[in-house]
Design a protein around this ligand. Sequence first.
Ligand SMILES: CC(C)(COP(=O)(O)OP(=O)(O)OC[C@H]1O[C@@H](n2cnc3c(N)ncnc32)[C@H](O)[C@@H]1OP(=O)(O)O)[C@@H](O)C(=O)NCCC(=O)NCCS
Length: 179
Amino acid sequence: MQLKGKNIYLRPLTEADATETYVSWMNDPQVNQYLESRFKKFTIGDIRSYITEINKDLNNVFFAMISIDGDKHIGNIKLGPINQYHRIGDIGLIIGDKTCWGKGYATEAIGLLKDYAFNKLNLHKLTAGCYADNIGSAKAFLKVGFVEEARLASHFRRNDDKYVDKICLGMINPAEATK
Ligand SMILES: CC(C)(COP(=O)(O)OP(=O)(O)OC[C@H]1O[C@@H](n2cnc3c(N)ncnc32)[C@H](O)[C@@H]1OP(=O)(O)O)[C@@H](O)C(=O)NCCC(=O)NCCS
């Protein structure tokens, strides 16, 4: 299965995607500064097990982000956990290849996954959360149609020990917006 956009496409990850490059994204302090995964040092074995486990889990959908120009794995985007009763799911993403930042790829990936979640999985609502100073992340979600639903004051401790707000973003399926 593939979700195809203009500059990137999304496809499921396999264990073959657990490369040294992927490991280096997870351990890069610039890439992981806003991720809760940053407190652990990853190995290729960790990544391989994560892919295996998440692919077995029906409440998570995990996609590789591939740039169409060069057919290169540049990051990942996850929908999950999905709560099947409430029909809601959380989105998280990482563009590990820093040369690909600021090119609209996050906006495109979130847009593709949002369409899949609403039109194919028939979800009611999507959520996401980010550190308030992760401007690129917040903006990408807002551009796709998410709104800021709440701001949790002084919620996350950054690596420099300063506290920042958490922005809680959400988007209701437009076809169900009145429910
Ligand atoms: C945060 C991240 C997803 C943004 O991805 P991206 O592909 O660079 O984002 P986009 O190019 O779609 O940018 C969306 C908007 O944010 C802006 N933007 C992107 N990075 C920015 C930054 N560091 N500072 C300010 N604005 C930024 C873009 O200019 C664009 O706004 P515009 O359309 O008004 O010009 C990416 O940098 C990343 O994966 N970082 C590491 C992991 C991470 O933080 N994940 C998110 C956790 S919530």
